[in-house]
Design a protein around this ligand. Structure first.
Ligand code: FE2
Length: 121
């Protein structure tokens, strides 16, 4: 069942019931440190617990940002995909950068997960 309150905000691990958050917060997997200008893989899985991908309830997309800078979107379909994506990313500026992933569930709204990565020379 749809939960209208979840559509009025960007949800995080602290939003909604813990069981709902556990299925929706994107989990980012990335090396702790990467080289500036060198490609690396960011893997994103929606939820610590598996999220269904049924016609009436599914994850529609996963977006990846570095801070407020958009990097990528992967659109997903019910039944034919799973909410696990990998993106090859190149960051050009040194320093600690916050990767932010957003997923959208058609019944439970948008959810954010973050992970810091250290970009060095
Ligand atoms: Fe959901």
């Amino acid at each position: 069942m749809s939960e209208p309150g979840l559509f009025c905000q960007v949800n995080t691990a602290a939003s909604g019931p813990a069981e709902t958050a556990k299925k929706h917060v994107p989990v980012i997997n990335v090396p702790a440190s990467v080289k500036a200008g060198q490609p690396f893989t960011v893997s994103i899985k929606v939820g610590e617990a598996p999220h269904v991908m049924e016609n009436g309830h599914f994850v529609q997309f996963v977006d990846l940002y570095c801070g407020h800078i958009y990097i990528s979107r992967v659109d997903l379909t019910a039944e034919l995909s799973r909410p696990e994506v990998s993106v090859t990313v190149v960051l050009h500026h040194e320093g600690n950068r916050m990767l932010r992933a957003f997923s959208r569930c058609n019944l439970h709204g948008i959810w954010e997960g973050t992970k810091e990565v250290c970009v060095s020379k």
